[in-house]
Design a binder for this molecule. Sequence first.
Ligand SMILES: Cc1ncc(COP(=O)(O)O)c(C=O)c1O
Length: 404
Amino acid sequence: MGKSFFMLGDCPAAPIAPLRPMQDKLTLMIPGPTPVPETVLQALGRHPIGHRSADFQKIVKHTTEQLQWLHQTKNDVLVITGSGTAAMEAGIINTLSKGDRVLCGNNGKFGERWVKVAKAYGLEVEELAAPWGQPLDPDAFRAALEADGEKAIKAVILTHSETSTGVINDLQAIARHATAHGTALTIADCVTSLGATDVPMDAWGLDVIGSGSQKGYMMPPGLSFVAMSERAWAACERSDLPKFYLDLGKYRKAAKGDSNPFTPAINLYFALEAALKMMEKEGLPAIFARHARHQRATTAAMTAIGLPLYAAEGHGSPAITAVAPEGLDAEVLRKEVKNRFDILLAGGQDHLKGHVFRIGHLGFVCDRDILAAVAAIEATLQALGLATAPVGAGVAAAAAALAA
Ligand SMILES: Cc1ncc(COP(=O)(O)O)c(C=O)c1O
């Protein structure tokens, strides 16, 4: 009997439903890895080709153009075999030098990561923090930059969509302040915003953007992407931080010959080409509108169910909705949804564990997925005896938002 029951681990007191496993039915509603379309999976399944072949060069050339389209930029967009953090680290070590002063926005787990990476490389970090759940304050950046008459601040570093809290930061406003400063680069973690919401690199004057394949790209993990402005390349000339595998100069040089300096994850390039083709077909405005609609539907549903949202009102990310249920363990609910419906929601990170669960609506997500996730949450609350609103209220609210 033990085997047929899902163990809740750190929630032993919770009601446990019998497992109803069905092969290949898992639905990912987490902010990465995100679901992968069949077309992209099939592209992955080809035999690898030589990474110095003309055929591969064609793919590098084509995907580079597609990536420029996605980033809305004429700048170089380079591909690294690695996860999103590789792109973030590359952004720092290629544009900054030991002892450089930087402003780091910190309002969640990934802001915190920026601070750690910057400190690991000996930068002088001034943190501009906001409480988790709240957005960064662009005025705090403006004030710090305006006070820097000596132009000692070399970069403003922040996370656009803070995945840990479901908050979107005002990257456009903060980048505008950095541009007005004249010297500071804007280095942004766009890991869960690129491909979900508008990130026009050139129009906003962004200098470094990092992202990862397992997010809005609708791909498995394994590739990360760094886009660099001309200002960032000029800083790269001066940068003295240690680097080898993540030396973007090498990637830029190789990219000029439609190549990569090291053996790249060739099959992921096949997937990248297929995924970006799907995105081009849908079109950026439609992709952004879909994510915004899904965010509205999800937040309307949670409100109708009586589950409070974690992100400050008006600052929710189009990629992810964090929910902070009162009077129940978020981990119990999350694990029961997985157990009963094979829908995976994300848990809270650090001190939010047990207090927050997160619904990813990033990448290859359709209206049906949203309705199914909402219905699964409602049905689970009912089964646990925890429903406070009429069951179906969430689905009704989501359906109304989707129809609008
Ligand atoms: C905002 C943000 N930044 C960075 C990362 C780190 O990416 P990776 O785990 O691919 O290194 C993540 C991953 O979830 C993220 O959501």
